[in-house]
Design a protein around this ligand. Structure first.
Ligand code: NAD
Ligand code: MG
Length: 389
C-alpha cells in the first residue's frame, strides 16, 4: 500500500536526506506536499521528480517563479505561511517536520490535528511549545517520532522499557567547531569558522548552534519535553567522535548506548519505517578501525548556553519560546555581522532576564497565540539589545 507523505522543509539538509530515502522506493509513497524557502528551483525539481500534489514556498515573492518552474505539470504551486499550514492539513499518513526555527511549529501542529504521524526534526517545536505539541498529539491520537539523532537514539533505547526504571538520559555533543579552541580566542571566531562542523553535514544555522552549544541547549529542553523526564536526570557529555548519540541509564546500573555513523538518514529512516526496521543506506561502523571513543564533561564557561537551558527548564512556561526566539535573533545578529560569537549567549541571557519579570507573559497558557506573543516580545527585545551594542 502506498503511504501518503509530506515533507516540510524539503529543500534543506534534513529535507534532502528524507527525499533521498523516499526516492529509493518511489512506488511505496505518494508525495502530498513539499515546502521550501528561497530555493524555488530545487523545490520545483523535487516536486516534479516525485510528482507531488502541491509545492509551497514560504515567501509570497517567489510564487511566480514557482509557478513558472512547475508550468506544464499538474502540480499546484502556493506561497506563504497560510499556504504551508493549509498543505499540512491535507490528509497524509506521515509528515516530516524539517523547517528550521519557530516557523516549523504551526504546520507541525496542523498535521497532528489531522491525525498524521509527525516525524519531528524541528526541535524548536518542542522547545517553544512542548506541552502544546505533546498535548495536541494526545488529543488527536497522533504520534510524534523524534528525528533529532540523540532523541531518536533515546527513543530506540526505550523500546520495551518502563520509564519508571530510567535513572538518567545522557545525550552526547561533539563539541562543535570550537571544542578545542582556547577560550580567549572564541570572542574573535568568524562566521566562516563557526559554520563548519567537524562530524555532521547540516544546515548553517544548526551548525553555528553546535559551535555555541545552543543546539545541545535546545536538545536538553527537547529531551525534557518529549520524554517527560525530570531535567535533573538529563546529562550532556562531550564525545568528539559523534558515534554514540545518546545513552539511557536504568535503575539496575545498565547504560544502553545507541551507536552509529553520523548520518541523519538513520534517524529519518527509523522514523519513516517505524515500527519496523528496514535496511538503510548508511555506513556500517568498523569498530576496530574506530579504535577508541572519548568522553569529557562539558565546560559551562565555554558553553553558557547549557546553563541557560537548565534555567529555562526550571522556569517552564513561555521561557522556552523566549529562549528560542532570543537565540534565533542573536544568531541572525551573528550571521549579519552585528555581534560577535560570544555575544550571542549574553543577548539571550539579557532577554530572558528582562522578560522574566513579566509574569503574565511567562506564565500564559500554552496556546499558539501565546507562544507567538512570547516569541515576538523576545525577538523585539533581542533586536533592541543587539542594536544597543
Ligand atoms: P536547513 O537550513 O538546511 O533547511 C531548512 C528548511 O526550512 C529549508 O527547506 C528552508 O527553505 C526552510 N525554511 C527556512 N525558513 C523558513 C520559514 N521561515 N518558513 C518556512 N520554511 C522555512 O536546516 P536543517 O539543517 O535541515 O534543519 C531543519 C530542522 O531540523 C531544524 O529545526 C534543525 O534544528 C533540525 N535538525 C537538523 C539536523 C541536521 O542534521 N541538519 C539534525 C537534527 C535536527
Ligand atoms: Mg541533534
Amino acid at each position: 500500500m502506498t503511504r501518503r507523505i509530506s515533507i516540510f522543509g524539503s529543500t534543506g539538509s534534513i529535507g534532502l536526506s528524507t527525499m533521498d530515502l523516499i526516492a529509493r522506493d518511489p512506488e511505496a509513497y505518494q508525495v502530498v506536499a513539499l515546502t521550501g524557502g528561497h530555493n524555488v528551483a530545487r523545490l520545483a525539481e523535487q516536486a516534479k521528480a516525485l510528482n507531488a500534489e502541491v509545492a509551497v514556498t514560504a515567501h509570497e515573492d517567489n510564487l511566480d517563479a514557482l509557478r513558472d518552474a512547475l508550468s506544464g505539470t499538474d502540480i499546484e504551486a502556493a506561497a506563504g505561511e497560510a499556504a504551508i499550514e493549509e498543505a499540512a492539513r491535507r490528509p497524509a499518513d506521515w509528515v516530516m517536520s524539517a523547517i528550521v526555527g519557530a516557523a516549523g511549529l504551526p504546520p507541525g501542529l496542523a498535521a497532528l490535528e489531522e491525525g498524521a504521524c509527525l516525524a519531528l526534526a524541528n526541535k524548536e517545536s518542542l522547545v517553544t511549545a512542548g506541552p502544546l505539541i505533546m498535548g495536541t498529539a494526545r488529543k488527536h491520537g497522533s504520534r510524534i517520532l523524534p528525528v533529532d539523532s540523540e532523541h531518536s537514539a533515546v527513543f530506540q533505547g526505550l523500546v520495551g522499557e518502563d520509564m519508571d526504571a530510567v535513572e538518567r538520559i545522557i545525550i552526547t555533543a561533539s563539541g562543535g567547531a570550537f571544542r578545542d579552541w582556547p577560550l580567549e580566542k572564541l570572542a574573535e571566531a568568524t562566521l566562516e569558522e563557526a559554520s563548519s562542523h567537524p562530524n555532521w553535514d547540516m544546515g548553517q544555522r544548526i551548525t553555528i548552534d553546535s559551535a555555541s552549544m545552543f543546539n545541545k541547549a535546545l536538545e536538553l529542553i527537547e529531551t525534557k519535553e518529549f520524554f517527560g523526564i525530570d531535567p535533573a536526570k538529563i546529562e550532556v557529555i562531550v564525545h568528539p567522535q559523534s558515534l554514540i548519540h545518546a545513552l539511557v541509564g536504568f535503575n539496575d546500573g545498565a547504560l544502553m548506548a545507541h551507536v552509529g555513523p553520523p548520518d541523519m538518514r538513520h534517524a529519518i529512516g527509523y522514523a519513516l519505517n517505524w515500527p519496523e526496521r528496514r535496511t538503510l543506506p548508511v555506513d556500517r561502523l568498523d569498530l576496530a578501525a574506530v579504535g577508541s571513543m572519548d568522553f569529557r564533561a562539558p565546560d559551562e564557561r565555554r558553553w553558557p548556553a547549557l546553563r541557560l537551558a537548565r534555567e529555562v527548564m526550571e522556569a517552564g512556561g513561555m521561557a522556552g519560546a523566549v529562549f528560542n526566539a532570543a537565540k534565533e535573533s542573536a544568531l541572525d545578529g551573528f550571521i549579519g555581522h552585528q555581534i560577535g560569537f560570544l555575544r550571542m549567549s549574553e543577548v539571550v541571557e539579557e532577554v530572558l532576564t528582562a522578560l522574566s519579570v513579566d509574569q503574565s507573559l511567562m506564565n500564559a497558557a500554552f496556546t499558539l497565540d501565546n507562544v507567538r506573543a512570547a516569541d515576538q516580545m523576545a525577538r523585539m527585545r533581542a533586536r533592541e539589545i543587539i542594536a544597543g551594542g
